[in-house]
Structures are given as structure tokens and as C-alpha cells.
Design a protein around this ligand. Structure first.
Ligand SMILES: Cc1cc2nc3c(=O)[nH]c(=O)nc-3n(C[C@H](O)[C@H](O)[C@H](O)COP(=O)(O)O)c2cc1C
Length: 226
């Protein structure tokens, strides 16, 4: 029964079994280090080192521990690792990125990395598309929030699980401009499910990443009133 599993803690035997099935050792980052150093990786993706399917399988297994609205689950994960298909998916993604990037100011610090990813996307070892059952609801905000909130935390958990193992990628959503075309390319039933994004996945070149510069927490944290 689902309720019976709420807040249960896996016993250590089960945990150990999972680790050995995960194929690659963990980097040994603390939870805080993992959360603070999981960066968007575009220029440090190793295009020469194959990504074992077992690693992606394990990252998805971890990702689907994320919460979903009404405990609906209903997710699917499409992994494109066939070279010819990657090139096709990469072409669509890259054209969508062009439409976006041409409006980004030339001095935007993200631009060189984004342009680099645009060039290499079709050669990244695996392109992973999380998909959620249903189409975005045209109802009040709570339905929209619940819809996206039922796949995006899992997409982030997937990226955290990769980083924990020395792999990385980038959260991208730019191809959703042509979501239907991508669906047709991959045989995704467009009327029934929605793509949430695309994560290019590779081993990272080096495993040291720093926390990003963010606004001081004092400027964004409010107690009791705005
Ligand atoms: C909602 C969302 C959409 C994004 N879409 C793209 C994208 O289409 N292409 C891309 O290269 N990066 C994309 N990114 C990555 C952001 O550009 C990146 O998170 C930002 O530059 C900050 O870098 P950091 O993640 O290393 O802190 C996206 C990130 C988010 C959260």
C-alpha cells in the first residue's frame, strides 16, 4: 500500500545493493556540496567518453523519488543515445536555440557557453527528455503549478544524481518551442504527454565545480512580511 511506504527509510542492505547496481562510484560529496555545486555544464562535457546506460537508469531511479501533485507520477524518460538520432534531435534543439540566442545581449556571460552547447548538442553522449502524462492544464494557477511541479523536481533530482557520480549536463527547455516536431521524431504521443525539457548528459571534464554567485540571502529572505 502506498501510504505504508510514506517516510520509510531504506535499510542499509537495500542501499548497498543499489550502489553496486549503479555501476560507478559516487564522488562522495556531502548533501550541501552536491546542492551548491550542481552547475549548468556546457563546456566541460566529455564528448569522447560513453555514458553507460546503467548510470542513466540509476539516475532516473533516484529522480522518481521526487514528489508529484496528488502522487500522480505519470512520468516517462526518453533517452536518446543512438548517434544518428542524437544528431537529428540536436539539429532541432540547435535551431530552437538559435531563435532564442539571437535575442540574448552579446555581453551576456552565459552566451559563449550556450553557443558552445548549441554547436555540440548532437554529439553529447545522451540526450534525456523527461515527459509527464497529460497536457499543461488551462485551468487556474494551482493546476498549472501542480502539473509542472510533478516533473521538474524529478528533472532536477536527475541532474543531482548525475553530478553525484561525476557526470553533468544542462537544464534546457528551448526545444519546447518545437515540442510537437520533437515528439514526432521520437514517437512520443504528443496529445497525451508533455515534454518538460532536455538534459544533455556526459561525464564532466574534472569534477570540481564551485557554488555560483547569488544574491545575499539577506536580500531575498523575508520573515513574516514582504
Ligand atoms: C527553466 C530553465 C531553463 C533553462 N533553459 C536553458 C536552455 O534552453 N539552454 C541552456 O543552455 N541553458 C538553459 N538553462 C540553464 C541556465 O542558463 C543556467 O541555469 C544559468 O545560466 C545559471 O547557471 P548555473 O545553473 O550553473 O547556476 C535553463 C535553466 C532553467 C532553470
Amino acid at each position: 500500500m502506498k501510504e505504508g511506504r510514506d517516510e520509510t527509510v531504506n535499510d542499509s542492505h537495500e542501499q548497498a545493493g543499489h550502489e553496486s547496481a549503479g555501476e560507478v562510484p559516487l564522488l562522495g560529496l556531502s548533501a550541501d556540496e552536491l546542492l551548491m555545486t550542481t552547475r549548468t555544464v556546457r563546456r566541460r562535457l566529455d564528448l569522447t567518453r560513453p555514458v553507460p546506460r546503467a548510470v542513466i537508469r540509476r539516475a532516473v531511479e533516484i529522480a522518481v523519488q521526487a514528489p508529484t501533485g496528488g502522487n500522480r507520477a505519470g512520468w516517462r524518460w526518453i533517452v536518446v543515445d543512438d548517434p544518428a538520432l542524437r544528431a537529428e534531435v540536436g539539429r532541432v534543439w540547435s535551431e530552437c536555440a538559435e531563435g532564442y540566442l539571437r535575442h540574448v545581449p552579446a555581453d551576456d556571460r552565459m552566451l559563449p557557453g550556450a553557443r558552445h552547447l548549441q554547436r555540440i548538442i548532437g554529439s553529447v553522449p545522451a540526450l534525456v527528455i523527461p515527459v509527464i502524462e497529460g497536457r499543461p492544464p488551462e485551468r487556474d494557477l494551482s493546476w498549472t503549478a501542480s502539473f509542472w511541479g510533478s516533473i521538474l523536481p524529478a528533472m532536477w533530482s536527475f541532474m543531482l544524481a548525475l553530478r553525484a557520480r561525476g557526470l553533468g549536463g544542462a537544464w534546457t527547455q528551448v526545444h519546447l518551442r518545437r515540442e510537437q516536431e520533437m515528439a514526432e521524431l521520437l514517437g512520443i504521443p504528443h496529445g497525451e504527454v508533455t515534454q518538460a525539457g532536455l538534459v544533455p548528459v556526459a561525464w564532466t571534464v574534472g569534477t570540481t565545480f564551485k557554488p555560483a554567485r547569488r544574491e545575499p540571502v539577506e536580500e531575498i529572505l523575508h520573515w513574516n512580511e514582504w
